[in-house]
Write a protein that binds this ligand. Structure first.
Ligand SMILES: N[C@@H](CCC[C@H](N)C(=O)O)C(=O)O
Length: 282
């Protein structure tokens, strides 16, 4: 029986099971992702990530990302820092390029064990989010409790950012799942409740598409900073305070967004083969 090694990593408590599929290809069916992600009967994680061989010479590896519900997605900021840390340690270098479904991301070692990732270009056009039809992406026609007048941003994945007076008071477990499946978002959406504290600081809570409330969301933090900046509420450097800690987000003049934060290796283990057997091939 082939046992599959995994690493458990996290970025500010947004946690991942990381599999290495570079030497031997790993195909993980949605049911297997759900089994592995299950916190009661599996390993437990918000996302499952498979490192694969680079698809283009400009990248060091490809990163495939699955939400806990088994759906494959284009981007995950916190996981990108974690995979970058692994690759940089493996190669003994200070920078790597990681290919994702959303593009090639340049990553570099920062001070204090942190990792910086250029998450690529932010997109604001309705068809790029994507939305179901043309609307002003600065003023979404959605209202759910305190979540009103949101901003749509794509960071390689869709985000609906709502500015609120008190982020702690938002009943995110109620509103989040409803906004996630609002028909305006044909591919569903991540949902952020954001309170602007000053021109350089916001507090953000997140309901992630396909994973629910998480401790932190890297792409969500980028989306929150970008939306706040578009509305003139913050400057180009924003500290985003999440349940699990802080990310530094910098909106670059070329339209890209730079995210800096920690990448933590929690432990290594071996997957119970019955988890992977849930409809997967290897
Ligand atoms: N936690 C991630 C985002 C993971 C994907 C997201 N739930 C989606 O469906 O797009 C991050 O740190 O960015």
């Amino acid at each position: 029986m082939n046992l599959l090694a995994f690493r458990k990593m996290h970025g500010l408590g947004n946690d991942f099971v990381v599999l290495d599929g570079r030497a031997d290809a790993i195909a993980v069916a949605p049911a297997a992702v759900r089994a592995i992600a299950n916190r009661r009967t599996g390993v437990g994680c918000d996302q499952l990530v498979v490192i694969e061989p680079a698809v283009v010479p400009a990248a060091d590896a490809f990163m495939r990302i699955y939400n806990a519900d088994g759906g494959e997605v284009g981007a995950c900021g916190n996981a990108t820092r974690c995979v970058a840390r692994l690759l940089m340690e493996e190669r003994g270098c200070d920078s790597v390029a990681i290919a994702t479904a959303a593009g090639i991301l340049a990553c570099r070692r920062d001070t204090g064990g942190r990792v910086s990732v250029d998450m690529g270009p932010l997109r604001y056009a309705w068809e790029e989010i994507p939305l179901a039809h043309a609307v002003d992406t600065l003023h979404l026609p959605i209202a759910d409790g305190p979540l009103v007048d949101g901003v749509a941003v794509s960071v390689g994945n869709p985000h609906a950012v709502f500015f609120v007076a008190d982020a702690e008071a938002v009943p995110l477990a109620d509103c989040g799942p409803r906004v996630e499946i609002n028909p305006l978002f044909p591919q569903r959406t991540n949902v952020e409740a954001v309170q602007v504290l000053d021109r350089a600081t916001v507090r953000m809570r997140v309901w992630e598409r396909g994973s629910g409330i998480t401790q932190a969301c890297g792409t969500g933090a980028c989306a929150a900073a970008a939306a706040a900046h578009r509305l003139g509420l913050v400057d180009a450097q924003v500290r985003v305070i999440l349940d699990g800690g802080e990310l530094l987000i910098e909106l670059l003049t070329d339209g890209h967004v730079l995210m800096t934060g920690p990448a933590t290796l929690a432990f290594s283990g071996v997957l119970d083969p019955t988890l992977l057997a849930n409809g997967s091939r290897r």
